[in-house]
Ligand binder design. Structure first.
Ligand code: PGA
Ligand code: ZN
Length: 433
Protein backbone atom coordinates (compact mmCIF):
# COMPACT_ATOMS: atom_id res chain seq x y z
CA UNK A 1 0.00 0.00 0.00
CA UNK A 2 1.56 3.26 -1.20
CA UNK A 3 -0.08 5.32 1.53
CA UNK A 4 1.24 3.23 4.41
CA UNK A 5 3.29 5.29 6.88
CA UNK A 6 6.86 3.98 6.97
CA UNK A 7 8.53 6.66 9.05
CA UNK A 8 7.67 9.51 11.42
CA UNK A 9 10.56 11.74 12.41
CA UNK A 10 11.01 15.04 14.20
CA UNK A 11 13.81 17.51 14.74
CA UNK A 12 14.27 20.77 16.62
CA UNK A 13 14.16 23.85 14.38
CA UNK A 14 13.63 27.56 15.25
CA UNK A 15 10.61 29.84 15.07
CA UNK A 16 10.17 33.53 14.24
CA UNK A 17 10.96 34.56 17.82
CA UNK A 18 14.20 32.57 17.77
CA UNK A 19 12.72 29.89 20.02
CA UNK A 20 12.99 26.14 19.48
CA UNK A 21 10.05 24.41 17.82
CA UNK A 22 9.17 20.97 16.44
CA UNK A 23 9.40 20.02 12.76
CA UNK A 24 7.92 16.64 11.81
CA UNK A 25 8.20 14.52 8.66
CA UNK A 26 5.89 11.66 7.72
CA UNK A 27 7.10 9.35 4.93
CA UNK A 28 4.98 6.81 3.04
CA UNK A 29 5.75 3.46 1.41
CA UNK A 30 5.18 4.98 -2.05
CA UNK A 31 7.89 7.58 -1.35
CA UNK A 32 5.62 10.57 -0.68
CA UNK A 33 6.59 12.77 2.26
CA UNK A 34 4.86 15.48 4.27
CA UNK A 35 6.50 18.04 6.53
CA UNK A 36 5.07 20.55 9.02
CA UNK A 37 6.33 22.85 11.75
CA UNK A 38 4.57 23.69 15.01
CA UNK A 39 3.78 27.37 15.65
CA UNK A 40 3.55 28.87 19.16
CA UNK A 41 1.28 31.45 20.78
CA UNK A 42 2.15 34.14 23.32
CA UNK A 43 -1.35 35.22 24.35
CA UNK A 44 -2.64 31.72 24.95
CA UNK A 45 -5.95 30.62 26.39
CA UNK A 46 -5.61 28.20 29.28
CA UNK A 47 -8.04 25.75 27.62
CA UNK A 48 -5.84 25.15 24.55
CA UNK A 49 -3.54 22.21 23.78
CA UNK A 50 -0.31 22.50 25.75
CA UNK A 51 3.14 22.80 24.18
CA UNK A 52 5.59 20.45 25.82
CA UNK A 53 8.69 22.46 26.82
CA UNK A 54 11.76 21.08 28.55
CA UNK A 55 11.91 23.70 31.31
CA UNK A 56 15.17 24.34 33.16
CA UNK A 57 17.74 26.97 32.22
CA UNK A 58 18.45 25.98 28.61
CA UNK A 59 16.77 28.32 26.04
CA UNK A 60 14.85 29.92 28.88
CA UNK A 61 13.05 26.64 29.47
CA UNK A 62 11.64 26.66 25.90
CA UNK A 63 13.55 23.57 24.69
CA UNK A 64 11.61 20.91 22.76
CA UNK A 65 13.85 17.85 23.31
CA UNK A 66 11.02 16.02 25.09
CA UNK A 67 8.51 16.82 22.34
CA UNK A 68 10.96 15.71 19.62
CA UNK A 69 11.63 12.50 21.56
CA UNK A 70 7.87 11.89 21.85
CA UNK A 71 7.56 12.02 18.05
CA UNK A 72 10.60 9.86 17.32
CA UNK A 73 9.64 7.29 19.96
CA UNK A 74 6.05 6.84 21.05
CA UNK A 75 4.22 8.63 18.22
CA UNK A 76 6.30 6.97 15.49
CA UNK A 77 5.57 3.58 17.04
CA UNK A 78 1.88 4.39 17.10
CA UNK A 79 1.55 5.55 13.50
CA UNK A 80 3.96 3.36 11.53
CA UNK A 81 2.13 0.81 9.36
CA UNK A 82 -1.11 2.83 9.35
CA UNK A 83 -2.80 4.31 6.26
CA UNK A 84 -2.09 8.04 6.09
CA UNK A 85 -5.46 8.64 4.41
CA UNK A 86 -7.16 7.90 7.74
CA UNK A 87 -6.39 11.33 9.23
CA UNK A 88 -9.11 11.01 11.90
CA UNK A 89 -7.78 7.60 12.94
CA UNK A 90 -4.21 8.88 13.23
CA UNK A 91 -5.31 11.91 15.23
CA UNK A 92 -7.49 9.80 17.50
CA UNK A 93 -4.66 7.34 18.10
CA UNK A 94 -2.42 10.21 19.26
CA UNK A 95 -5.17 11.63 21.49
CA UNK A 96 -5.87 8.22 23.05
CA UNK A 97 -2.20 7.49 23.64
CA UNK A 98 -1.69 10.94 25.18
CA UNK A 99 -4.47 10.31 27.66
CA UNK A 100 -4.87 13.95 28.81
CA UNK A 101 -7.55 16.37 27.56
CA UNK A 102 -4.95 18.83 26.23
CA UNK A 103 -1.97 16.78 24.97
CA UNK A 104 -0.01 17.72 28.06
CA UNK A 105 1.91 14.41 28.04
CA UNK A 106 3.04 13.97 24.42
CA UNK A 107 2.93 17.73 23.76
CA UNK A 108 0.55 19.73 21.58
CA UNK A 109 3.60 20.93 19.63
CA UNK A 110 4.65 17.31 18.89
CA UNK A 111 1.14 16.18 17.97
CA UNK A 112 0.22 19.16 15.77
CA UNK A 113 3.42 18.89 13.73
CA UNK A 114 2.79 15.19 13.09
CA UNK A 115 -0.92 15.66 12.38
CA UNK A 116 -0.19 18.34 9.76
CA UNK A 117 2.78 16.42 8.31
CA UNK A 118 0.52 13.38 7.81
CA UNK A 119 -2.01 15.59 6.00
CA UNK A 120 0.74 16.92 3.72
CA UNK A 121 1.92 13.37 3.02
CA UNK A 122 -1.61 12.30 2.05
CA UNK A 123 -1.84 15.22 -0.39
CA UNK A 124 1.62 14.46 -1.80
CA UNK A 125 0.63 10.80 -2.34
CA UNK A 126 -2.25 12.03 -4.49
CA UNK A 127 0.03 14.44 -6.32
CA UNK A 128 -2.18 17.36 -5.29
CA UNK A 129 -1.49 20.67 -3.58
CA UNK A 130 -2.82 20.52 -0.02
CA UNK A 131 -5.71 22.93 -0.66
CA UNK A 132 -6.96 20.81 -3.58
CA UNK A 133 -6.59 17.59 -1.57
CA UNK A 134 -8.80 19.12 1.15
CA UNK A 135 -11.33 20.60 -1.29
CA UNK A 136 -11.98 17.14 -2.79
CA UNK A 137 -13.31 18.70 -5.98
CA UNK A 138 -15.72 21.09 -4.22
CA UNK A 139 -15.76 24.76 -5.16
CA UNK A 140 -13.82 26.70 -2.54
CA UNK A 141 -13.22 30.43 -2.08
CA UNK A 142 -10.04 32.45 -1.77
CA UNK A 143 -10.21 33.75 1.81
CA UNK A 144 -10.55 37.38 2.88
CA UNK A 145 -7.41 38.39 4.83
CA UNK A 146 -7.24 40.32 8.11
CA UNK A 147 -3.85 42.05 8.15
CA UNK A 148 -2.14 43.69 11.11
CA UNK A 149 -0.92 47.30 10.87
CA UNK A 150 -0.07 47.98 14.55
CA UNK A 151 0.89 45.27 17.04
CA UNK A 152 0.34 45.71 20.76
CA UNK A 153 -0.56 43.78 23.87
CA UNK A 154 1.59 40.76 24.67
CA UNK A 155 3.28 41.10 21.27
CA UNK A 156 4.76 44.55 21.85
CA UNK A 157 5.69 45.04 25.49
CA UNK A 158 2.04 46.01 26.19
CA UNK A 159 2.51 49.37 24.48
CA UNK A 160 -1.22 49.28 23.74
CA UNK A 161 -3.78 47.32 25.72
CA UNK A 162 -5.33 45.97 22.53
CA UNK A 163 -3.26 43.35 20.75
CA UNK A 164 -3.97 43.69 17.03
CA UNK A 165 -5.00 46.71 14.98
CA UNK A 166 -5.80 45.20 11.58
CA UNK A 167 -7.48 46.09 8.30
CA UNK A 168 -9.88 44.21 6.06
CA UNK A 169 -10.71 44.99 2.43
CA UNK A 170 -13.85 42.92 1.82
CA UNK A 171 -15.01 44.69 -1.34
CA UNK A 172 -11.78 44.09 -3.26
CA UNK A 173 -12.06 42.07 -6.46
CA UNK A 174 -9.26 39.65 -5.60
CA UNK A 175 -6.78 38.87 -2.88
CA UNK A 176 -4.04 40.47 -4.98
CA UNK A 177 -5.95 43.73 -4.77
CA UNK A 178 -6.28 43.32 -0.97
CA UNK A 179 -2.50 43.06 -0.71
CA UNK A 180 -1.94 46.15 -2.88
CA UNK A 181 -4.28 48.21 -0.68
CA UNK A 182 -2.62 46.79 2.45
CA UNK A 183 0.85 47.71 1.22
CA UNK A 184 -0.36 51.32 0.80
CA UNK A 185 -1.97 51.49 4.24
CA UNK A 186 0.99 49.82 5.95
CA UNK A 187 3.43 52.30 4.39
CA UNK A 188 1.25 55.28 5.27
CA UNK A 189 0.94 54.08 8.88
CA UNK A 190 4.72 53.80 9.13
CA UNK A 191 5.13 57.35 7.81
CA UNK A 192 2.62 58.72 10.29
CA UNK A 193 4.37 56.92 13.17
CA UNK A 194 7.79 58.19 12.10
CA UNK A 195 6.59 61.78 11.65
CA UNK A 196 5.01 61.87 15.10
CA UNK A 197 8.03 60.23 16.74
CA UNK A 198 5.98 57.27 17.86
CA UNK A 199 7.63 54.50 15.86
CA UNK A 200 9.39 52.11 18.25
CA UNK A 201 10.13 49.11 16.00
CA UNK A 202 8.28 46.00 14.89
CA UNK A 203 5.95 43.88 17.03
CA UNK A 204 6.04 40.05 17.16
CA UNK A 205 3.80 39.63 14.12
CA UNK A 206 5.63 42.32 12.15
CA UNK A 207 3.21 45.23 12.57
CA UNK A 208 4.48 48.67 13.61
CA UNK A 209 5.31 48.85 17.31
CA UNK A 210 3.98 52.29 18.17
CA UNK A 211 4.15 54.39 21.31
CA UNK A 212 0.58 55.54 21.87
CA UNK A 213 -0.88 57.51 24.77
CA UNK A 214 -4.29 55.88 24.47
CA UNK A 215 -5.99 53.05 22.63
CA UNK A 216 -8.12 55.57 20.75
CA UNK A 217 -5.00 57.31 19.46
CA UNK A 218 -4.11 54.05 17.74
CA UNK A 219 -7.57 53.90 16.16
CA UNK A 220 -7.32 57.56 15.08
CA UNK A 221 -3.91 56.99 13.47
CA UNK A 222 -5.13 53.87 11.71
CA UNK A 223 -8.01 55.84 10.18
CA UNK A 224 -5.51 58.56 9.14
CA UNK A 225 -3.25 55.93 7.57
CA UNK A 226 -6.15 54.55 5.52
CA UNK A 227 -7.01 58.09 4.37
CA UNK A 228 -3.42 59.03 3.59
CA UNK A 229 -3.03 55.90 1.47
CA UNK A 230 -5.84 57.19 -0.74
CA UNK A 231 -8.45 54.69 0.41
CA UNK A 232 -11.77 55.31 2.15
CA UNK A 233 -12.22 54.12 5.76
CA UNK A 234 -15.59 52.45 6.21
CA UNK A 235 -16.15 52.31 2.45
CA UNK A 236 -13.39 50.10 1.11
CA UNK A 237 -11.05 49.60 4.07
CA UNK A 238 -12.36 48.53 7.49
CA UNK A 239 -10.76 48.06 10.90
CA UNK A 240 -10.53 44.73 12.68
CA UNK A 241 -9.41 44.57 16.34
CA UNK A 242 -8.15 41.69 18.43
CA UNK A 243 -8.76 42.96 21.95
CA UNK A 244 -7.21 39.76 23.41
CA UNK A 245 -9.05 40.69 26.60
CA UNK A 246 -7.74 37.60 28.36
CA UNK A 247 -4.51 39.55 28.78
CA UNK A 248 -6.41 42.44 30.42
CA UNK A 249 -8.35 40.27 32.88
CA UNK A 250 -7.10 41.07 36.40
CA UNK A 251 -8.37 37.72 37.66
CA UNK A 252 -11.22 39.20 39.72
CA UNK A 253 -13.74 39.72 36.92
CA UNK A 254 -12.41 43.20 36.11
CA UNK A 255 -10.37 44.39 33.14
CA UNK A 256 -7.33 46.66 33.37
CA UNK A 257 -6.89 49.10 30.47
CA UNK A 258 -3.51 50.49 31.48
CA UNK A 259 -3.15 53.03 28.67
CA UNK A 260 -6.59 54.44 29.39
CA UNK A 261 -6.00 54.25 33.16
CA UNK A 262 -9.26 52.40 33.66
CA UNK A 263 -10.44 49.35 35.60
CA UNK A 264 -13.63 48.10 34.01
CA UNK A 265 -16.30 45.56 34.87
CA UNK A 266 -17.19 43.10 32.12
CA UNK A 267 -20.27 45.18 31.22
CA UNK A 268 -18.20 48.39 31.13
CA UNK A 269 -15.59 46.66 28.96
CA UNK A 270 -18.31 45.69 26.47
CA UNK A 271 -19.64 49.28 26.55
CA UNK A 272 -16.21 50.75 25.88
CA UNK A 273 -15.68 48.61 22.78
CA UNK A 274 -19.28 49.22 21.66
CA UNK A 275 -18.46 52.95 21.79
CA UNK A 276 -15.50 52.39 19.46
CA UNK A 277 -17.68 50.33 17.15
CA UNK A 278 -20.05 53.33 16.92
CA UNK A 279 -17.31 55.86 16.24
CA UNK A 280 -14.78 54.01 14.07
CA UNK A 281 -15.16 51.96 10.86
CA UNK A 282 -14.83 48.66 12.72
CA UNK A 283 -15.99 45.48 11.03
CA UNK A 284 -14.56 42.78 13.29
CA UNK A 285 -13.79 42.37 17.01
CA UNK A 286 -11.91 39.39 18.46
CA UNK A 287 -11.97 38.32 22.12
CA UNK A 288 -13.82 41.36 23.52
CA UNK A 289 -13.85 39.61 26.93
CA UNK A 290 -11.70 36.97 28.62
CA UNK A 291 -11.69 33.23 28.15
CA UNK A 292 -14.37 32.24 30.68
CA UNK A 293 -16.60 35.33 30.48
CA UNK A 294 -19.39 33.76 28.43
CA UNK A 295 -21.93 36.31 29.75
CA UNK A 296 -19.73 39.15 28.54
CA UNK A 297 -19.25 37.44 25.18
CA UNK A 298 -23.04 37.21 24.79
CA UNK A 299 -23.44 40.84 25.92
CA UNK A 300 -20.91 42.00 23.32
CA UNK A 301 -22.64 39.98 20.62
CA UNK A 302 -26.01 41.45 21.59
CA UNK A 303 -24.57 44.99 21.56
CA UNK A 304 -22.97 44.94 18.11
CA UNK A 305 -22.94 41.40 16.70
CA UNK A 306 -25.67 42.10 14.15
CA UNK A 307 -23.37 44.45 12.22
CA UNK A 308 -19.89 43.49 13.39
CA UNK A 309 -18.07 40.16 13.35
CA UNK A 310 -17.53 38.91 16.92
CA UNK A 311 -14.72 36.34 16.94
CA UNK A 312 -13.87 33.94 19.73
CA UNK A 313 -10.19 32.98 20.02
CA UNK A 314 -9.07 32.35 23.61
CA UNK A 315 -12.69 31.83 24.68
CA UNK A 316 -13.31 29.08 22.07
CA UNK A 317 -9.77 27.69 21.62
CA UNK A 318 -10.71 25.90 18.37
CA UNK A 319 -12.92 23.52 20.32
CA UNK A 320 -16.24 22.29 18.88
CA UNK A 321 -17.89 21.93 22.31
CA UNK A 322 -16.90 25.43 23.35
CA UNK A 323 -18.29 26.77 20.05
CA UNK A 324 -21.60 24.96 20.75
CA UNK A 325 -21.72 26.27 24.33
CA UNK A 326 -21.01 29.87 23.27
CA UNK A 327 -23.57 29.74 20.47
CA UNK A 328 -26.20 28.39 22.88
CA UNK A 329 -25.48 31.33 25.20
CA UNK A 330 -25.77 33.81 22.31
CA UNK A 331 -22.05 34.63 22.28
CA UNK A 332 -20.11 35.14 19.05
CA UNK A 333 -20.73 34.84 15.33
CA UNK A 334 -17.26 33.68 14.24
CA UNK A 335 -14.55 31.28 15.37
CA UNK A 336 -10.79 31.64 15.04
CA UNK A 337 -9.30 28.30 13.97
CA UNK A 338 -5.76 27.60 15.14
CA UNK A 339 -4.79 23.97 14.57
CA UNK A 340 -2.29 24.01 17.43
CA UNK A 341 -4.95 25.21 19.87
CA UNK A 342 -6.92 22.06 19.08
CA UNK A 343 -3.84 19.86 18.78
CA UNK A 344 -4.89 17.96 15.66
CA UNK A 345 -6.20 18.64 12.16
CA UNK A 346 -9.33 16.59 12.94
CA UNK A 347 -10.23 18.53 16.09
CA UNK A 348 -9.60 21.88 14.36
CA UNK A 349 -11.86 20.87 11.46
CA UNK A 350 -14.56 19.82 13.96
CA UNK A 351 -14.49 23.30 15.53
CA UNK A 352 -14.75 24.87 12.08
CA UNK A 353 -17.69 22.61 11.19
CA UNK A 354 -19.42 23.38 14.49
CA UNK A 355 -19.22 27.09 13.66
CA UNK A 356 -20.26 26.69 10.04
CA UNK A 357 -23.34 24.63 10.93
CA UNK A 358 -24.50 27.65 12.99
CA UNK A 359 -23.97 30.10 10.12
CA UNK A 360 -20.94 31.55 11.88
CA UNK A 361 -17.92 32.83 10.00
CA UNK A 362 -14.61 30.95 10.24
CA UNK A 363 -11.09 32.39 10.23
CA UNK A 364 -8.01 30.17 9.94
CA UNK A 365 -5.25 31.84 11.94
CA UNK A 366 -1.50 31.84 12.50
CA UNK A 367 0.15 32.27 15.92
CA UNK A 368 2.47 35.06 17.05
CA UNK A 369 5.36 32.57 16.95
CA UNK A 370 5.48 31.27 13.38
CA UNK A 371 7.73 29.65 10.79
CA UNK A 372 8.03 29.32 7.02
CA UNK A 373 5.30 26.65 7.16
CA UNK A 374 2.38 27.66 4.90
CA UNK A 375 -0.08 24.91 5.89
CA UNK A 376 -2.65 27.39 7.22
CA UNK A 377 -2.96 29.11 3.84
CA UNK A 378 -3.91 25.76 2.30
CA UNK A 379 -6.30 24.92 5.15
CA UNK A 380 -8.08 28.26 4.78
CA UNK A 381 -8.63 27.61 1.06
CA UNK A 382 -9.24 23.85 1.13
CA UNK A 383 -11.68 24.08 4.05
CA UNK A 384 -13.35 27.08 2.38
CA UNK A 385 -12.97 28.96 5.67
CA UNK A 386 -13.65 32.33 4.05
CA UNK A 387 -11.05 34.24 6.11
CA UNK A 388 -7.34 34.06 6.91
CA UNK A 389 -5.41 35.86 9.68
CA UNK A 390 -1.63 35.70 9.46
CA UNK A 391 -0.31 38.82 11.23
CA UNK A 392 1.20 41.82 9.49
CA UNK A 393 2.49 42.63 6.04
CA UNK A 394 6.22 42.23 6.78
CA UNK A 395 8.55 39.42 7.90
CA UNK A 396 8.82 36.33 5.78
CA UNK A 397 7.08 33.94 8.20
CA UNK A 398 4.00 36.11 7.47
CA UNK A 399 4.66 36.97 3.82
CA UNK A 400 5.27 33.29 2.94
CA UNK A 401 1.64 32.63 3.85
CA UNK A 402 0.22 35.64 1.98
CA UNK A 403 2.36 34.91 -1.08
CA UNK A 404 1.18 31.29 -1.11
CA UNK A 405 -2.37 32.64 -1.41
CA UNK A 406 -1.39 34.56 -4.55
CA UNK A 407 -0.01 31.33 -6.03
CA UNK A 408 -3.18 29.40 -5.18
CA UNK A 409 -5.40 32.12 -6.65
CA UNK A 410 -3.33 31.99 -9.83
CA UNK A 411 -3.42 28.17 -9.97
CA UNK A 412 -7.23 28.23 -9.70
CA UNK A 413 -7.37 30.46 -12.76
CA UNK A 414 -10.91 31.25 -13.89
CA UNK A 415 -12.31 29.18 -10.96
CA UNK A 416 -10.85 31.55 -8.36
CA UNK A 417 -13.60 33.26 -6.38
CA UNK A 418 -12.62 35.81 -3.73
CA UNK A 419 -14.77 35.36 -0.61
CA UNK A 420 -15.30 39.11 -0.04
CA UNK A 421 -18.43 39.92 2.03
CA UNK A 422 -19.55 36.24 1.88
CA UNK A 423 -16.78 35.56 4.41
CA UNK A 424 -18.94 36.98 7.21
CA UNK A 425 -21.96 35.68 9.10
CA UNK A 426 -25.15 36.60 7.17
CA UNK A 427 -26.19 39.77 9.05
CA UNK A 428 -22.67 41.22 8.92
CA UNK A 429 -22.38 40.39 5.21
CA UNK A 430 -25.75 42.05 4.56
CA UNK A 431 -24.47 45.30 6.06
CA UNK A 432 -21.66 45.41 3.48
CA UNK A 433 -23.95 45.38 0.46
P1 PGA B 1 -0.98 34.32 19.95
O1 PGA B 1 -1.81 35.56 19.40
O2 PGA B 1 -0.54 33.48 18.82
O3 PGA B 1 0.15 34.97 20.70
O4 PGA B 1 -1.91 33.57 20.88
C1 PGA B 1 -2.60 35.51 18.25
C2 PGA B 1 -4.03 35.90 18.55
O5 PGA B 1 -4.36 36.24 19.70
O6 PGA B 1 -4.87 35.86 17.65
ZN1 ZN C 1 -6.56 36.48 19.34
Amino acid sequence: MKTEITSVRARQVWDSRGRPTVEAEVTLAGGAMGRALAPAGASRGSHEAIDLRDGGARFGGMGVDKAVAAVNGEIAGLLKGRDVRDQAGLDEAMADADGTPNFARLGGNAVVAVSLAALHAAAAAEGLPLWAHLAEGRKVRIPLPEIQIFGGGAHAGRRTDLQDFMIMVPKAGSVREVFEVTADVFRAAGEIMAESGRLAGAADEGGWWPVFDSNEQALDDLVRAIERSGHRPGEDVFISLDIAANELDRGDGRYRMSLDKADLSSAEMVERVAGWVDRYPILSIEDPVSQDDLDGFARATKAYGARVQVIGDDILVTNAERVARAAAAGGGNAVLVKVNQAGTVTRAKAALDAARSRDWATIVSARSGETEDVSITHLSVGWDAGQLKVGSFTRSERMAKWNELIRIEEAMGADAVFAGPSAFAPSVAAGLK
